[in-house]
Design a protein around this ligand. Structure first.
Ligand SMILES: C[S@@+](CC[C@H](N)C(=O)[O-])C[C@H]1O[C@@H](n2cnc3c(N)ncnc32)[C@H](O)[C@@H]1O
Length: 198
């Protein structure tokens, strides 16, 4: 998978654009800036947006090409982000550290998702908020973005399960218009959630 992502990021263009994800932007704007974790952050669109708003951003992604482009975007906007090149499986995250997490279009198989979510939740402070948007199983077969295999697409009950230790403020499967770079274009079926750590 790492090779797939490094290949995708070889282009000069930003695969998902340079504007933040719309749901992420809307939700992060409601929170007071603190420490933010962005797992699977890719080329930095959400990281740079949040850093400009005063968040102290840590991004984790196993693509070194993504880091280079994220740093370029950060430089262009005169902000800094802490970008760790590592897999979610390997990454060591500090415990009880983050005020918010943006889990945006990171698609893992169910076993990796469960473990990654445990690690991420341990890294959140009590009261910390997670903003989640990923494709649902109903995106399968659509050509508007996302994994081409069912094992990396999510269901509402699966997300409900992996977030069962959290307080769920909002969890919904919705069809949305996507206009994010070359690879998220058209109508997509996504799961959105806002949860907080008790
Ligand atoms: C669809 S892109 C989304 C990027 C970013 N969140 C955004 O919305 O623009 C998925 C990203 O997750 C990263 N990724 C996938 N599996 C990963 C893993 N197991 N560990 C770390 N990063 C991973 C990929 O390198 C890629 O940058």
């Amino acid at each position: 998978m790492k090779d797939f992502w490094n290949q995708r990021y070889t282009s000069k263009e930003y695969a998902y654009g340079i504007e933040p994800n719309e749901f992420f932007r809307h939700q992060i704007d409601k929170l007071r800036p603190g420490k933010l974790l962005l797992p699977g952050e890719g080329e930095g669109r959400n990281a740079v947006y949040a850093a400009k708003k005063g968040w102290e951003v840590t991004a984790v992604d196993f693509s070194v090409k993504a880091k280079v482009k994220a740093n370029r975007l950060a430089f262009r906007h005169q902000v800094e982000i802490n970008y760790l090149v590592d897999s979610l499986q390997n990454a060591e995250l500090p415990e009880e550290n983050f005020d918010a997490v943006g889990f945006i279009y990171l698609h893992l198989n169910s076993e990796d998702l469960k473990k990654a979510m445990e690690k991420i939740q341990n890294s959140m402070k009590s009261g910390g908020v997670m903003i989640f948007e990923c494709f649902s199983e109903k995106q399968f077969g659509r050509r508007t973005g996302g994994p081409k295999t069912l094992d990396r697409l999510y269901t509402v009950s699966q997300i409900n399960n992996v977030l069962s230790e959290m307080d769920i403020d909002y969890l919904q499967e919705v069809e949305i218009p996507l206009d994010e770079g070359e690879f998220h274009q058209g109508r997509g079926m996504v799961i959105r959630a806002i949860v907080s750590k008790p």
